[in-house]
Write a protein that binds this ligand. Structure first.
Ligand code: ATP
Length: 360
């Protein structure tokens, strides 16, 4: 077995992926060299404001983008099988990938189900082919495992006869029926009653853990991320700006955008201080951003931030894409190199000194 297709291959590997949508007003660049790796069985959050490109990356995993989406560069593979880039799967290969490896849970659970079919039939179709597909009891078991009571009634129901919470449990049961290796959940609790959100998320994460299925959770909810995920990737303007272990990234955010997201989190306000809103609006890109897309909103922007793209650097156990953090201080292996990593500027060093001073 080659390294590419072996079980050691990450379940999701996107490298410098560029996706644009063609519109009457010109292209909208939704992914601008997005890079993300999800390991087998990992629970990973992808966060960022609305429009940062999370759903585009999620749907790109199965080449399920809107018809006006245009692939414009980079690579994406799922479980070692190329989806975008050289050797990309098409036809039956792509259908097999969607059937055997990938699963999706969407924001609106009722709309994600087929309105004309009873749940029993949809569960059968979502399950493995053959004898088991006709075996009603296995569908019932799967619904029992996601905490549904009165399963016979649920099996007889049409989607509109279920509450949002019940429909999302059915959606999770369906998504996991074929034992996928990667589940993409796009705001899975956004349309569910607030009192049920934690339950649904707990269920989703525990079911994925039990099955060893990796989960990529696209969300705005940093509290949920802190509670449930191992890794977090922060996205802005179609690319990752900070990626690493959730506890470390949220506990000590380093990219100014991550810091702003954490400061805007309800519960982060200190007595007598207001919750900080992030000033300005996220960009809509029409072409590759020449520098850091956050620079126009960044309180710490350096002179080169608007014009020079920061490279990824390993800093404090995470990957950071920011001129303020060009690499580990005192770590020669992470220092500027000939491969084009930008050099730490004097202003960058001063900023870091200030940060370290504040931390003391
Ligand atoms: N079919 C489309 N045609 C044109 N532009 C699109 C299309 N789909 C998405 N976009 C644009 O691409 C950018 C990224 O959108 P995307 O939905 O991936 O972001 P997101 O982070 O998932 O946002 P949200 O959290 O609101 O779902 C946005 O500017 C969006 O308006």
């Amino acid at each position: 077995m080659s390294a590419e297709t072996g079980s050691a291959a990450p379940v999701l590997a996107a490298t410098d992926l560029v996706i644009e949508y063609s519109t009457r007003n010109g292209p909208i660049r939704s992914l601008d060299q997005a890079t993300l790796t999800v390991g087998s069985g990992q629970i990973v959050a992808l966060v960022g404001e609305s429009g940062s490109g999370k759903s585009t990356l999620g749907m790109a995993t199965g080449r399920l983008l809107a018809s006006n989406a245009v692939y414009a560069g980079g690579l994406l593979s799922v479980a070692g099988r190329p989806v975008y880039g050289p050797g990309a799967q098409g036809g039956e290969g792509l259908r097999a990938l969607r059937r055997e490896v990938l699963a999706f849970v969407f924001q609106n659970p009722v709309a994600a189900l087929n309105p004309t079919m009873r749940i029993r039939r949809q569960m059968e179709l979502a399950g493995p082919a053959g004898r088991e597909a006709r075996d009603g009891s296995s569908a019932a078991e799967a619904l029992g495992e996601v905490g549904l009571t009165d399963v016979p009634r649920v099996l007889r129901s049409y989607p509109h006869e279920l509450s949002g919470g019940m429909a999302q449990r059915v959606g999770i049961a369906m998504a996991l029926r074929r034992r996928p290796r990667l589940l993409i959940a796009d705001e899975p609790t956004a349309a569910v009653d607030a009192t049920l959100r934690a339950q649904i998320l707990n269920l989703l994460v525990s079911q994925c853990r039990d099955q060893g299925c990796a989960l990529l959770l696209l969300t705005h909810d940093l509290h949920a991320v802190a509670q449930h995920t191992e890794q977090i990737a922060v996205m802005y303007g179609g690319r990752m700006v900070e990626h690493g272990p959730t506890a470390e990234v949220l506990g000590r955010p380093m990219h100014p955008y991550t810091r702003a997201l954490v400061a805007a989190l309800p519960g982060e306000e200190r007595p007598g201080r207001r919750l900080e809103a992030i000033g300005g609006v996220p960009p809509v890109l029409h072409a590759g951003c020449p520098g850091c897309a956050f620079a126009p909103r960044c309180p710490d922007a350096l002179p080169n931030c608007r014009d020079v793209r920061p490279a990824d650097a390993a800093v404090a156990g995470r990957t950071l894409t920011c001129h303020l953090h060009p690499g580990e201080i005192g770590d020669p292996s992470a220092a500027p190199n000939d491969a084009g990593r930008p050099r730490a500027t004097e202003a960058g060093r001063r900023h870091l000194d200030k940060e370290q001073e504040a931390a003391r």
